[in-house]
Design a protein around this ligand. Structure first.
Ligand code: DGT
Ligand code: CA
Ligand code: CA
Ligand code: ZN
Length: 588
């Protein structure tokens, strides 16, 4: 079964390849639009393709030919046009698109004008100076290409990893099929995905069933399977056409907890548990926790101590339950109870979002209705500031009008506080993109770095400290500006930043988009230790972005965050008081 993200990937790959091969822009744009529609669609497109293909065509941005391709992907696991386009370009060429800052236009230029067909060609062309003779290719562009190739080489040709937001929807759609199979009792995903790591090497699914053959058949019949790697009675593995590998274990329900614990890992956590079991005269494996008979007499059986739930096994090992996100090596003292980690349901406000005024897809009313439907008491509209010209950032005049529009929308919609805010750019030297008198008119200010993201660590620290200390700034947005598998971003002194944030009452953001997760898990741990406040925000641009909250929550939990440490969990009164207090401290 194709996920919406997979459909989107197919269309954006088609668009890229069309652009590289010089197809007309109209066609390219149609595929880009289709890709965005797939990402934003809340219904399951794969299921629509199976059940009512005519409904597919009614999806905004999906036409007759794109609908047919979704059906193709769903039924045979690949799309002929994509395969045909791939065969038109040298096989090493699309890899260039994975380089930071390299889009289809540059790839086309490199191919047409410098005969570059893969990364090795590019490396050689940079080294020999051949690129300097290419028109529209300045020294700065070439220097950027050199950095991008170096970053690619540094990442190594290691095993591919998938970002959490690309992997989890795949896991869930397969679990849905397993859940529906005859005899299924419990299903879960395990492995690094359950631990909430920002990338996963493969997916690990678990099912307990009274009819293992049916579970196996359901799994192997999933659409989108490229290759079956193993098909035993309790253990199957497949590689999907999209490349990701999925392992499945089929177990008895009375051992589900032991299997879940084992396959959730991490390996380090498993080793710790196993050694603890041995020290207590027990054995722990994927089938359960067993007591070893005292006299290890011939033929004496191991007796089962616990296996049905993870909780029962931790208890038998005299350990408090450990949430999956903390089952990593660094999470030191497992004999102490874990803090009660923040949960999705604790979030009551979204404080970072965009509308059509800058680069969002929704009107103020649409955005606020979405937040209201989620049960939030507050949503902040924080469109981009003027320096973000590519994102249609607001001039001061436009911002002032926007504030009025926000007030009107709030009065019209009712039932939710709509705050007037801005995501204001932090310039390279730490100045903000609007003057203080403009910022003072806003209810909430998110300050974020968007440019100069290759700054040296000391400069980045100074820059961000200046923003944190600014009395009108509430939240430091995506503090490092990193993109997972895309760009490193800033490397400031995070401890100093968090300590200062604590002193100034400024919150550090966890940006929930799965390509950002910024702050990342380690940074959250630093922030929690420093006691500064944390904001967990979806940076909503489109309808689907609100669903990324779970990835931000996973990251927060990996950092040990409790609900009390997060501003988005505050009651409306307390949240508004904090926002307002920054301004009153300025006046006093
Ligand atoms: P990944 O897939 O690289 O993102 O990371 P994981 O943690 O999902 O690793 P994976 O898929 O190789 O294995 C899933 C879990 O199974 C792992 O977290 C712990 C358990 N496991 C796998 N191999 C071993 C092992 O050799 N020893 C122990 N104790 N546990 C293992
Ligand atoms: Ca895995
Ligand atoms: Ca695995
Ligand atoms: Zn934003």
């Amino acid at each position: 079964m194709a996920t919406n993200q997979e459909c989107a990937n197919v269309f954006s790959q088609i668009a890229d390849l069309l652009e590289i091969t010089g197809a007309n822009g109209f066609k390219v744009n149609a595929y880009r639009k289709a890709a965005r529609s797939c990402e934003n669609e809340s219904r399951d497109l794969g299921q629509l393709a199976r059940e009512s293909p005519t409904e597919l065509r009614k999806v905004e941005g999906i036409g007759e030919s794109t609908a047919a391709k979704i059906v193709e992907l769903e039924t045979i696991g690949k799309v002929a046009e994509l395969e045909a386009l791939r065969s038109k370009v040298p096989p090493g060429l699309p890899v260039l698109l994975t380089l930071q800052g390299v889009g289809p236009k540059s790839v086309k230029l490199l191919w047409d004008s410098a005969k570059v067909t893969n990364i090795d060609d590019l490396r050689a062309a940079i080294a020999s100076g051949a690129l300097l003779t290419v028109e529209r290719m300045g020294e700065k562009t070439i220097a950027n290409l050199r950095d991008a190739v170096a970053a690619h080489d540094a990442a190594g040709a290691g095993p591919v990893r998938y970002r959490l937001g690309e992997a989890i929807p795949v896991a869930e759609s397969m679990l849905k099929i397993l859940r529906a199979a005859h005899g299924t009792v419990r299903v879960a995903f395990a492995g690094s995905a359950r631990r909430g790591r920002e990338t996963v090497g493969d997916l690990d699914l678990l099912v307990s069933s009274e009819d293992p053959a049916a579970a196996k058949a359901a799994f192997l019949n999933c659409a989108g399977i490229g290759k079956v790697l193993a098909q035993g009675d309790t253990k199957c593995a497949v590689q999907l056409a999209t490349g990701i590998q999925v392992d499945l274990r089929i177990v008895k329900d009375n051992a589900f907890g032991a299997a879940l614990m084992y396959f959730t890992g991490s390996v380090d956590h498993n080793i710790f548990l196993r050694e603890r079991a041995i020290a207590r005269g027990m054995r722990l494996n994927e089938y359960g926790l067993f007591r070893v008979p005292k006299e290890n007499s011939e033929g004496a059986d191991l007796s089962l101590v616990a296996a049905e739930t993870e909780e029962s096994i931790y208890r038998a090992l005299e350990l408090p339950y450990c949430p999956p996100e903390l089952r990593e090596m660094h999470c030191s003292d497992l004999t102490k109870p874990s803090p009660t980690l923040i949960e999705l349901a604790d979030i009551k406000a979204e404080l970072h979002s965009h509308t059509t005024a800058s680069d969002g897809d929704m009107s103020i009313i649409e955005l606020a209705s979405l937040a209201k439907a989620r049960g939030f008491h507050t949503v902040a509209v924080t469109d981009h500031s003027r320096a973000s010209a590519q994102a249609n950032g607001l001039s001061v005049e436009r911002l002032l009008k926007h504030i009025d529009a926000i007030r009107e929308a709030e009065a019209k919609l009712g039932g939710i506080r709509i705050l007037a805010g801005s995501e204001v750019d932090i310039m390279a030297d730490g100045r903000l993109d609007y003057e203080d008198d403009v910022l003072a008119k806003l209810d909430v200010v998110v300050a974020s770095p968007h440019t100069a993201l290759k700054q040296a660590p000391q400069a980045a620290t100074d820059r961000l400290l200046r923003a944190i200390r600014h009395p009108l700034v509430h939240i430091l947005g995506h503090p490092t500006g990193r993109i997972i598998q895309g760009r490193e971003g800033l490397a400031p002194d995070m401890e100093l930043l968090c300590r200062t944030a604590k002193e100034c009452g400024t919150a550090m953001e966890i940006n929930c988009h799965w390509s950002r997760l910024d702050l990342r898990d380690q940074h959250v741990r630093i922030a929690v230790a420093s006691g500064c406040m944390i904001a967990i925000d979806c940076d909503i641009h489109s309808l689907g972005d609100a669903d990324n909250l779970r990835y931000g929550i996973a990251t927060a939990r990996r950092g040990g965050l409790t609900a009390a440490g997060c501003v988005n969990t505050l009651s409306a009164a307390n949240l508004h008081e904090w926002l307002f207090s920054k301004r009153s401290s300025l006046r006093s």
